[in-house]
Design a protein around this ligand. Structure first.
Ligand code: F6P
Length: 540
């Protein structure tokens, strides 16, 4: 069955939540804690190595009950079944959404058009494993018979952000290969990477689901030309591999048929790091670690599929986010990992969350009257504290935040870890409790300065506390957000798996590029026209 097409605002739960919001909007979380000593326990989910405390939210048991009713009323359970079993839930592109199959066990019963997808998945997995091992061990060599030292991933969007984020996050687990990522069509990006490379020892992984993306094809072409200055045409087969669904176009580009790692239309770009799109991950951290990443994601899939909604991490996080987005009118959400390794995590999530749920037409094709996709942003703590935390603490906007922390540091520096984690715990405590005028006065603050030093508090946070950053726990964390995206898309009655919004700009850029060649510009507003002429004059 398809995902039900129901306006969430027409549900009983939504109406009750609206009425309930009127009672809740000024409630102070610190009072809720004072009234119930079991509050933290009630609103914490402990699962495997994850400890998710969502008690520092502006919710009561009544709020939670109503949010869970909303999930039931929009038929989330049925939608999940459609998602996992390979129904065509990406209706606008007529596709299944099966990134979960990529991390499922071999004997999983997952079919597309009546045929199991598992044999194909496992044959590509084997190819990824064999290839990665041959490159890492040095058995596979470049055109002058030297082992590879560098790997360049050429891709953009989902063909870049996932692998780039995971390789960066798992750098502790990295082998001797140096990895680079080229994504932007900005020629300075590719040239900065090229200048660090030796053509004899560099492997290029071109990743493009469609193999039609301007950025990726331009970068791959520039790199190929540079490579051919030192090598011969037939050497391309040793140095260029590609990941794509478009086998014909890859071969037209010159990649050897044996060097193509297939993927499938039922894997969305922003959910594709689990497929051969993750080849650079497998090369950088080894196939065993890549498989552990997949295993972690699979464990989160099982948790999401089987756990009661009230203790289901992605469901609970999604519902809380809907509560702020649609009732408190919060515009954005921050994700603050207390690990420098997760430096690129928020950037990665931006595509997943904003490309998926940035929609204003519902599943019936009708304009939407309520808010959908949240704006997502963040940076690692403690750096973030010295950048934008001022606004979270004392600004006028409500910014719910996920704090992600790990008990163990990977290099084992306990002194630093205690300092890091003391900040991690202190910030959510400060955001909860704030500091009132009496406390500020008691500190001996000069009277005129008191208002400036008051912290309102009552700022919501989720604490996602994990034992240790490992390939497996990272897999769980990524899958957790993937399912949060799904749940929110179901509630908001939107199609989360298309991205038509990125097309218009691409089309216009194509038109302008042609106009540059002809040096004649037509059908532009006066602002764009002046800018184009100014550019032309400056670059004559
Ligand atoms: O940004 C639009 C988009 O289509 C993404 O969804 C996708 O991840 C990216 O472009 C790259 O596409 P491809 O892998 O086909 O080159």
């Amino acid at each position: 069955m398809a995902i039900p097409k129901m306006d969430p605002t027409s549900t009983k739960a939504w109406k009750n939540l609206e009425a309930h919001f009127n009672k809740m909007q000024d409630v102070e979380m610190k009072n809720l804690f004072a009234q119930d000593e079991k509050r933290a326990e009630k609103f914490t989910i402990s699962w495997e190595d994850f400890y998710v405390d969502f008690s520092k939210n502006r919710i009561t048991e009544e709020t939670f009950k109503l949010l869970l009713q909303l999930a039931d009323e929009v038929q989330l359970k049925e939608a999940m079944q459609a998602y996992f079993s390979g129904e065509v839930i990406n209706e606008t592109e007529k596709r299944e959404v099966l990134h979960t199959a990529l991390r499922a066990p071999k004997d999983a019963d997952i079919k597309v058009e009546g045929v199991s997808v598992m044999p194909e998945i496992f044959s590509v997995k084997q190819k990824i494993k064999d290839f990665s091992e041959a490159v890492i061990s040095g058995n596979k060599k470049g055109f002058t018979n030297k082992a590879f030292t560098d790997v360049v991933n050429i891709g953009i969007g989902g063909s870049d952000l996932g692998p780039a984020m995971v390789v960066d996050s798992l750098q502790f687990y990295k082998n001797q290969l140096t990895t680079h990522f080229v994504s932007n069509v900005d020629g300075d990006h590719v040239n900065e990477v090229i200048k660090k490379l030796d053509p004899e020892t560099t492997l290029f992984v071109i990743v493009s689901k469609t193999f039609t993306t301007q950025e990726t094809l331009s970068n791959a072409t520039t790199i190929k030309k540079w490579f051919l200055k030192s090598a011969k045409q037939e050497d391309i087969a040793k140095h260029f591999v590609a990941v794509s669904t478009n086998l014909e176009k890859v071969q037209d580009f010159g990649v050897d048929a044996n060097n193509i790692f297939p993927m499938w239309n039922w894997v969305g770009g922003r959910f594709s790091l689990w497929s051969a799109v993750g080849l650079t991950i497998s090369l950088a951290v080894g196939n065993e670690n890549f498989e552990k990443l997949l295993l972690g994601a699979n464990k989160m899939d099982t948790h999401f599929k089987t756990e009661d909604f009230k203790s289901n991490i992605p469901v609970v996080l999604a519902l809380i986010s809907v509560w702020y987005n649609n009732f408190f009118n919060a515009e954005s959400e921050a994700v603050i990992p207390y690990s420098q390794y997760l430096n690129q995590f928020a950037t990665y999530l931006q595509q997943g969350i904003m490309e998926s749920n940035g929609k204003s037409v519902d599943r019936n094709g009708k304009p939407i009257s309520y808010q959908t996709g949240t704006i997502i942003w963040g940076e690692p703590g403690t750096n973030a504290q010295h950048a934008f935390f001022q606004l979270i603490h004392q600004g006028t906007k409500l910014i719910p935040a996920d704090f992600i922390g790990f008990a163990e540091s990977l290099h084992g520096n306990k002194e630093h870890q205690d300092k890091l984690m003391s900040n991690f715990f202190a910030q959510t405590e400060a955001l909860l409790n704030g500091k009132d005028a009496n406390q500020v006065i008691a500190e001996g603050t000069e009277e005129t300065l008191v208002p400036f030093k008051v912290f309102a508090g009552n700022k919501p946070t989720n604490t996602i506390f994990i034992n240790k950053l490992s390939p497996e726990s990272l897999g769980k964390l990524i899958a957790m957000y993937e399912h949060k995206i799904f749940v929110q898309g179901v509630i908001w009655n939107i199609f989360s798996y298309d991205q038509f919004g990125v097309e218009l700009g691409k089309q216009l850029a194509g038109k302008i590029l042609k106009e540059f060649e002809k040096d004649s510009f037509t059908n532009h507003d006066s602002s764009t026209l002046n800018l184009l002429k100014h550019y032309k004059n400056l670059t004559k």
